[in-house]
Each structure stands twice: as structure tokens, then as C-alpha cells.
Design a protein around this ligand. Structure first.
Ligand code: FES
Length: 270
């Protein structure tokens, strides 16, 4: 996993792409006919138009390329927590997270290879081994993004020792429950609460395997002074870590479309 640590590495352009806007008469054009912030990169061998400031993931998605993600949410600040979106970039020895790596002119990106597939499976296996993901007794069973991603990436077994931590379940909130055993520390809840709701209820405390999501710096959720009970954190949680009370196994289906629409409208900035 250490090999997958996040990095914003300076990328050496590997190829000189064709001038994709050559001859453009658009206002603001600079020499060569390109707009000042427009660049061209290659994704899996195809030339794709991009703008300065976009990430590899944004450009790839806009051009119809699939890159797996778990922690990423459109229009919410990307943090590169899950490492599933790693891609190969020419001139860079280690894979880079597509969600936090900005594009550079002439960059050449590979989104799919046996090496990447193996790293992504390892990332999923680490997540499964780190906490107690007992799907058969989870409210999000069959509606879980981690479970779905494991299936999609072909993770059929875990090759690492399970940690089996004894983590608390916070049931103090009248409507919601937080089960740290299911948490993958994607921090979607932290970011959505801060950037969309503006309440900043959640944060991450501790380091390494002791990291935990905390409410109001360390208070039971039900005693929070800043929680507005909006439930956005619950709806964007990719696993059964945050759920509404009253649901049994397999019953909790996240309704995140409203949150995603709000993020689009809001622009995703605090
Ligand atoms: Fe990029 Fe999680 S989606 S690191």
C-alpha cells in the first residue's frame, strides 16, 4: 500500500501531441490557435482535449473512459484516499491517483493494465482486511459500493491477515447510526458535510490504522452541537458505515442523487 501513497508528481511530457485546435479563430486564442488554457493529452493512446486545472479523472470521464473510484465525488474536493483511480503516466515510475493529478500538456496516460488491475485489487483487499466487512449482516449488503467494486475488480478472496478490530458503533443519534467497523475512511462524509452543508461536523482523528471518523472533534453523534440532521453524510457513505436507523440487512439503499445534484449546483466549494 505504501507504494500507492498519494503524490502530486511533476510529470515529464512524453509526447508532442498534434495541435488539436490549430487554425481556431476563437477569441482568446494564442499562438498555434489554442486557447490559453487548452491542452491535449493522450489517454490509452487517444488524443483528448483538456483544460489546464482539470484532473486526469475529470478528463477521462468527460471522454467516456472508465476509471474506478471509491472516495471521489463529483464537484466535491478530491483527496486521493482510496487509491483505486491510479493510472500510469509516461515518465513517472509509480502509478498516480487520477482524481488528484492535474493534466499537463502532452501527458500520456494509461488507465487500464494488468499492473494497475493488480494494484487496485490489492487496495480493495487492504480495505476489506482492515476492518470488519461482514456483508451478510450489513444493512448495505448488495447496495454497497465497496462490495460492488470488489466484484467488478475480481476480488474473490483476501490474501492478507484480517485485523478484526473491535470498533465502536455510535447509535446515539435519533435517526442515524455510525458503525466504525464498516468505515473505509473515504472521508466523503467529512467533505460533503463541510462543503455542501457547511456544518463541518466530521473529521478524521488518529493516524494510520487508528484513524477514525469523529463527530465534533470527539463527541457522540447524538450530542453533536453542529449536526443539522440533514443526512447528506449518510447518503454519500459508500458502505454501511453510516446508515439510517430502522433498516435491516440489505435494506439500506443510499439516496445520493439529491446530494450529487446539490454538489453540481453548488460547484462543490466551501
Ligand atoms: Fe482517486 Fe479514491 S478516487 S484515490
Amino acid at each position: 500500500m505504501l507504494a500507492l501513497r498519494r503524490a502530486r508528481t511533476q510529470v515529464t511530457p512524453a509526447v508532442v501531441p498534434p495541435v488539436w485546435l490549430a487554425g481556431s479563430k476563437t477569441a482568446g486564442a494564442t499562438k498555434g490557435g489554442r486557447l490559453a488554457d487548452q491542452i491535449s493529452i493522450r489517454i490509452d493512446g487517444e488524443y483528448v482535449a483538456a483544460s489546464q486545472g482539470q484532473t486526469i479523472l475529470e478528463v477521462a470521464r468527460a471522454s467516456g473512459k472508465y476509471i474506478p473510484t471509491l472516495c471521489w465525488l463529483e464537484n466535491i474536493t478530491a483527496v486521493g484516499a482510496c487509491r483505486l483511480c491510479i493510472v500510469e503516466v509516461s515518465g513517472v515510475a509509480r502509478p498516480l491517483p487520477a482524481c488528484t493529478t492535474p493534466v499537463q500538456d502532452g501527458m500520456s496516460v494509461v488507465t487500464s493494465s494488468e499492473r494497475l488491475a493488480q494494484y487496485r485489487r490489492i487496495a480493495i483487499e487492504f480495505l476489506l482486511a482492515e476492518r470488519n466487512h461482514q456483508c451478510a449482516v450489513c444493512v448495505s449488503n448488495n447496495h454497497c459500493e465497496l462490495q460492488a467494486m470488489a466484484q467488478r475488480l475480481g476480488v474473490t478472496s483476501v490474501h492478507y491477515a484480517y485485523s478484526w478490530p473491535r470498533l465502536p458503533v455510535d447509535v446515539s443519534h435519533p435517526r442515524y447510526v455510525l458503525d466504525h467497523n464498516r468505515c473505509i475512511l473515504c472521508t466523503r462524509c467529512v467533505r460533503v458535510c463541510a462543503e455542501l452543508e457547511g456544518a463541518r461536523v466530521w473529521d478524521v482523528a488518529g493516524r494510520g490504522v487508528r484513524s477514525m471518523i469523529v463527530c465534533d472533534a470527539s463527541r457522540p453523534w447524538g450530542e453533536s452541537r453542529s449536526c443539522t440532521n440533514c443526512g447528506k453524510c449518510v447518503q454519500v457513505c459508500p458502505t454501511g458505515a453510516m446508515a439510517e436507523k430502522g433498516f435491516a440487512v440489505e435494506e439500506m439503499v443510499k439516496q445520493d442523487s439529491k446530494v450529487r445534484r446539490l454538489a453540481l449546483h453548488h460547484g462543490g466549494r466551501p
